[in-house]
Design a protein around this ligand. Structure first.
Ligand SMILES: [Zn+2]
Length: 291
């Protein structure tokens, strides 16, 4: 472990999950990431995780243990549960190569475990969202959307939404009810109860599928049983001039900063022609935005 003056350098397409009183920072697109599928150098490079402790304000660098670290270092999906951080998919760094394995990282022991190996069951991809939700005493990792390589077999829209049961560690294609989102990438999602999450924005394919269109829809998704996810789309204002609503965007961030409050904070992102420089509060009782 090294302490003191700390230089992280430029990183993009990473996540910064919080566990307890620390932020953990792994992978991402960095100038010195080896852009090969797999090599001893790449594994060594990805066997390091950075940690910021809120109490001291110190960054420290740690060597990880256990199985191989994930190799999809760029734009992976990420979420937490207790002391574990989960990683899914990611872009490899070379050619059109994406991953779809699921790995967990224990923030106490710094140990990686492979939960589900690479398979053809789900699309290999980056730029989607993952949340951990609970139904009837079992926890599920819930993977949504993203962008990646075309699957060898056709998959319906809803097959870009999958779950992994923490108990049986298998891919599950859930039953979808309500108004589900279209295939979407580069959105933001935040859990608001143990079985409900809020999703905002992102990019969806145009009708001719040749380009992406940015959106500013709010969706809620709720795990209703061990195999059913109910979606609702929250419409924008009926009288647009009278109600504030954020512009369409992707690559933004959303989080919950006030404990025990149903209010979320959404920040920045990339709009149609330029970066968006604003921040909003979303009240999830009424689904009202305020600046
Ligand atoms: Zn590769």
């Amino acid at each position: 472990m090294s302490k003191g003056i700390y230089q992280l350098g430029g990183i993009s397409l990473h996540s910064a999950p919080v566990v307890g009183e620390s932020v953990f920072l792994w992978g991402g697109d960095r100038p010195d990431l080896p852009v090969v599928h797999d090599s001893p150098q790449k594994r060594k490079y990805l066997s390091t995780i950075d940690r910021l402790e809120f109490r001291t304000g110190h960054w420290s660098s740690h060597v990880t243990r256990g199985t191989s670290p994930p190799l999809g270092a760029i734009g992976y999906f990420c979420t937490t549960r207790n002391n574990d951080i989960f990683f899914f998919g990611g872009y490899c760094g070379h050619d059109i190569c994406f991953h779809n394995d699921v790995n967990s990282f224990n923030s106490l022991t710094y140990e990686w475990s492979n939960i589900i190996p690479t398979s053809d069951a789900v699309m290999k991809r980056m730029g989607g969202g993952m949340v951990c939700m609970e139904s009837m005493g079992t926890e599920y990792l819930f993977m949504i959307g993203g962008t990646g390589s075309t699957p060898t077999t056709y998959q319906s829209q809803y097959q870009y939404i999958q779950m992994v049961s923490s108990r049986i560690r298998q891919w599950i294609i859930p039953t979808i009810s309500g108004q589900c989102c279209p295939p979407t990438s580069s959105f933001a999602i935040q859990k608001i109860t143990n079985n409900k999450a809020v999703m905002f924005g992102g990019a969806v394919p145009s009708d001719d599928r040749r380009s992406d269109i940015l959106v500013n829809t709010v969706y809620t998704c709720q795990l209703e049983s061990d195999t059913t996810i109910h979606w609702e789309s929250v419409k924008g204002p009926v009288v647009p001039a009278s109600v504030q609503w954020p512009v369409r965007r992707r690559y933004h961030a959303i989080t919950s900063i006030i404990s025990d409050s149903p209010t979320l904070v959404m920040i920045g992102g990339e709009g149609k022609d330029e970066l968006v420089n604003d921040s909003w509060l979303l009240n999830t009782s009424q689904y009202q935005w305020s600046k």
